[in-house]
Design a protein around this ligand. Structure first.
Ligand code: ZN
Length: 151
């Protein structure tokens, strides 16, 4: 039988082993650093933002499988999007992993591959791993120069 949990697991493993958009970004004009002391995840998100559009994005750092997979999926999803769309996606994802009510099928469909990460809902400490890249992205968009900390 088709098991959604197994599929989600595979997506996470794939992104953590072969992270997309990993490395330095030449000519980036926004950058922020994020740190999750609880797990030890640390990453830098770099962006090229032009005319309100995320033209390119990359990340570097070390972290657990969840934080790396989350950063990889995030970069895949925000590249080419308007800054406002990227922020909206962050809010949506954040809400689905932190609120009490489980996500509906429509909500999961709306966040595409990020749905694979919504299983962290059951593990509050892992929520920080899964959202670190997004907090760091938001800080980069806000041109915040102090490192983001999840604690
Ligand atoms: Zn972690």
């Amino acid at each position: 039988m088709f098991d959604l949990k197994d599929l989600y697991q595979e997506v996470i493993i794939d992104h953590s082993r072969r992270p997309r958009h990993f490395g330095k970004l030449a000519d980036s004009n926004r950058e922020a650093e994020g740190f999750n002391p609880l797990c030890g995840d640390r990453l830098v998100v770099a962006l090229i933002v032009e005319d309100g559009l995320v033209r390119d994005v990359a990340f570097e750092g070390v972290g657990c499988a969840i934080s790396t997979a989350s950063a990889s999926m995030m970069t895949d999803m925000v590249v080419g999007k308007a800054e406002s769309e990227a922020r909206a996606l962050f809010r949506q994802f954040q809400e689905l992993v932190t609120r009490k009510a489980p996500p509906t099928a429509d909500e999961l469909a709306a966040i595409e591959k990020l749905a694979a990460l919504t299983g962290v809902r059951a593990f509050p400490a892992r929520v920080k791993c899964a959202t670190l890249a997004w907090h760091t992205l938001a800080a980069a968009l806000d041109e915040q120069h102090e490192a983001v900390k999840t604690e």
